[in-house]
Design a protein around this ligand. Structure first.
Ligand code: IDP
Ligand code: MG
Length: 167
């Protein structure tokens, strides 16, 4: 069964110029990239993304981290990988949440660090199960930004809808 997984290259990954390295590592999975974009991360998006951690003492710093406020990089790169066992394959390559405990050859083991505050700066996000992947993908992407049909959609007719187009 094909699975979709949301990958985020977090602002520390971008600041350390790791995009190429990370995409090369992920290409080992032979999965297909079905969506990709740079995103500005609003507070609403960051809080919704990490809502299950709302009660943790590091939550506020985690939101700042994902928004790029700790790295002077107000952006993240969002990608969807698609294929067989996509979640397991990508999480294995990413390594453990705590970069000190991650396999040294994993992405987080190689490039992550722990801040003196205790926050894990671990370079990438990878959805951890199918339910989380669906929730996160719908949060970060619109259906027309993804080149395969992942989840059911509906058509909305929006009257007087304003949208920027090329001049
Ligand atoms: P995951 O990213 O491996 O799925 P989650 O538990 O979903 O791990 O945590 C989300 C993010 O929150 C982590 O990637 C890390 O940046 C941060 N984080 C999680 N647990 C801790 C912790 O115990 N201390 C510091 N930061 C943490
Ligand atoms: Mg998680």
């Amino acid at each position: 069964m094909n699975q979709a997984v949301l990958i985020l290259i977090k602002p520390d990954g971008l600041k350390k110029s790791l995009t190429g390295n990370i995409l090369t590592r992920l290409s080992e999975t032979k999965l297909e990239i079905v969506a990709a974009k740079m995103a500005r991360v609003s507070r609403e998006l960051a809080e919704e993304h990490y809502k299950y951690l709302r009660d943790k003492p590091f939550f506020e710093e985690l939101i700042k981290y994902l928004r790029g406020e700790l790295h002077d990089r107000k952006k993240a790169m969002a990608l969807i990988y698609w294929g067989k066992e996509a979640i397991k394959k990508c999480r294995e390559l990413a390594g453990a949440t705590n970069p000190e405990e991650a396999e040294p050859t994993s992405i987080r083991g190689a490039y992550g660090r722990i801040l003196t505050s205790g926050l894990y700066e671990n370079v990438i996000h990878v959805s951890s199960n199918e339910e989380e992947a669906a929730r996160e993908i719908k949060l970060w992407f619109n259906p027309d930004e993804i080149i395969v049909d992942l989840y059911p959609t509906k058509e909305n007719v929006i009257k007087d809808f304003k949208k920027k187009v090329w001049a």
